[in-house]
Ligand binder design. Sequence first.
Ligand code: TMP
Length: 188
Amino acid sequence: MGVRRGALIVLEGVDRAGKTTQCKRLVQALRDSGKEAEMMRFPDRTTMIGQLISSYLEKKSNLEDHTVHLLFSANRWEQVPLMKKKLEQGISLVVDRYAFSGVAFTSAKPVNPAEVAGRGGFGDERYETSVFQRAVQQKFEQLIKDPSVNWKVIDAARSIEDVHTEIKTLSENAINIAENQPIGELWK
Ligand code: TMP
């Protein structure tokens, strides 16, 4: 019998929801229980495309909206061959944001841009305003209605430990199910 493939586990949500902390905890917990797991994040700011995105997010450069959307997309596509290889090798990938952020953030942009610009932020990067994040949240709520994607909604307003326990249980289930399924494609 061949190697059992890994699962693609994506944590999505608004900025500052605790995704990065939870991704790190999850990878550690999976490894501790003998599973192969690695963390990835998007945007991946280490590549040339990622550096263009990073400069845009830090407001050091301006980019036209369609252009930056395509850069975020290209930044994921450039990692797809590597991601497929790792999944085939039986490594589960715990990913801090993926294509759902691409859809949610870009489509939130037409929502009241003037209002967004006028409000104070809770961080220094582009998009880090509560008005914009509320629009992103609404977009995520629309996206989770898609039955072709196996979404689980996690209440992040609890302790790090409680959130972690729930994510770990769900992820272990997902890994067990994925093992017996071929690698598919999103939104197909
Ligand atoms: P980060 O804080 O997780 O590094 O993400 C940086 C910002 O980029 C965050 O505000 C979400 C946004 N983003 C997009 O607008 N489109 C995308 O495709 C992704 C992956 C992130």
